[in-house]
Design a protein around this ligand. Structure first.
Ligand code: NAD
Length: 419
């Protein structure tokens, strides 16, 4: 079976909105193509003295609703098709939560795990020099993504400001607090997911105390979600990382599991009465009410969607479910809360960071979460309402709401013709 590319998956989902909303091919065509693609090479002198070139990208997908916004990944497999799909997904995500940004994504085809700190800094600065004419607080705002972090955002900001000679902290988000980062950023993605899940559970009239949760991926997003849900009375029954998973039908304390993971390297090193070891694959089919993919893309596919026992899937990872799997899950009446809303707490707090930067006025952590909750709850309620009214999946409803907002903006600008 040939695997669809991530961009083909995006287009499949986009086309489905045409029938839901009654749009023309022309309207939809507009969202099939990025507005600007920078596909170039940067080079640095490695510690060995050798000159090394790397592919460097920025895809500026759409800016009808505001400046382009999206992360930068450093990954040996980062390729332009993947970056394009991620840039499109950012456009949808920002529109779903109704924040005034478009969508973009960037990358460097490079493995930071085999590089020194100096080489990572040199690559970051070279990326900033290449992109300087294209980015800016009111143009395109990068952020961290896979294998990039706050420190790398600091290098990029510094190099950019050296070129322009102007202080511009709103250029980039996910920065360290010392240079204008926002409080609450570390918890934002998981906390946003919790607000969405709580709203769904309320809609379904379920009691959180009894709900069992399995989480694939026990990193920043997955582990933080585990502790937030555990503290709210959910039972965390499964967790996995790249080495495998654990399961306990009566649940476990995620903090205890993390202590062992930090000491010994993996959740599978955690031992306690009632704990079973699971394979990576088995976590997907583990006995639970809520399955949370929080690791990689393409984890729930046509070949394993039948094994899912959960009745809610909360997608904290980007792109964990393929369109084929979506169809199987839909026919099995499993509720999939798509990534574009489940993990949008991250970009929403990035937006808050930008607002604080451009107003030079900083908020407390409480203020950040007080502002995050209504955004996530209202966005999810609108999706739920459309999904129920039109009898469509939450993913189709999310895409439809986002596409409607983007097309409305394009028509308001005269970029697309009014019907
Ligand atoms: P992370 O690197 O902190 O954690 C990833 C976890 O997944 C690690 O525990 C790793 O061991 C585990 N993992 C890797 N391969 C696995 C496998 N085959 N099976 C099970 N576990 C595996 O990354 P993160 O920041 O938590 O991001 C996780 C996902 O969430 C990614 O898809 C990311 O794009 C998405 N996301 C994260 C944020 C954020 O703010 N952190 C925001 C939006 C989306």
């Amino acid at each position: 079976m040939q695997k669809n590319t991530p961009f083909e998956n995006y287009v499949t989902r986009l086309i489905r909105t045409k029938d839901i909303l009654g749009y023309t091919d022309n309207d939809i065509e507009f969202l099939k193509t990025p507005q600007n693609v920078i596909d170039d090479t940067i080079s640095i002198t490695r510690d060995s003295g050798e000159q090394a070139p790397y592919k460097a990208y920025r895809v500026q997908f759409n800016n009808m609703r505001g400046p382009y916004k999206g992360g930068i990944r450093f990954h040996p497999d980062a390729d332009i098709d993947e970056v394009k799909a991620l840039a499109a997904a950012m456009t949808i995500k920002c529109a779903v939560v109704d924040i005034p940004f478009g969508g973009a994504k960037g990358g460097v085809q490079f493995n930071p795990k085999t590089a020194s700190k100096k080489e990572i800094q040199d690559i970051s600065r070279a990326w900033a020099r290449l992109m300087a004419p294209h980015i800016g607080a009111h143009k395109d705002i990068p952020a961290p993504d896979v294998y990039t972090n706050g420190q790398i955002m600091g290098y990029i900001l510094d190099e950019y400001e050296k070129i322009t000679g102007v202080s511009e902290p709103g250029l980039i988000t996910g920065k360290p607090l010392a240079i204008g980062g926002s409080l609450g950023r570390d918890r934002a993605t998981a906390q946003g997911g919790v607000y969405v899940l709580q709203t769904l559970v309320k809609e379904l009239g379920r009691d959180t105390e009894k709900l069992r949760v399995s989480i694939q991926g026990f990193g920043n997003a997955g582990y933080t979600l585990a502790i937030l849900l555990h503290d709210k009375g959910y039972r965390i029954v499964g967790a996995s990382d790249s080495r495998g998973g654990i399961y306990a039908k009566d649940g476990f304390d995620p903090r205890e599991v993390m202590k062992i993971k930090e000491e010994k390297g993996s959740v599978v090193d955690y031992t306690a009465p009632g704990i079973e070891i699971l394979s990576n694959e088995a976590i997907i089919g583990s006995e639970c009410d809520i399955l949370v993919p929080a690791a990689l893309d393409n984890q729930i596919r046509a070949d394993n969607a039948d094994t899912v026992k959960a009745y809610i899937i909360l997608e904290l990872a980007n792109g964990p479910t393929t369109p084929d799997a979506d169809q199987i899950l839909e026919s099995r009446k499993i509720i999939v809360v798509p990534d574009v809303i489940s993990n949008a707490g991250g970009v929403t707090v990035s937006y808050f960071e930008w607002v604080q930067n451009i107003s030079s006025f900083y908020w407390t952590e409480n203020e950040v979460f007080e502002k995050l909750e209504p955004i996530m709850v209202h966005a999810f309620e609108a999706i739920w309402k459309m999904s129920t009214a039109k009898q469509i999946s939450l993913r189709d409803a999310s895409f439809a709401i986002a596409v409607q907002r983007i097309i409305e903006a394009a028509k308001a600008r005269g970029v697309l013709e009014l019907n």
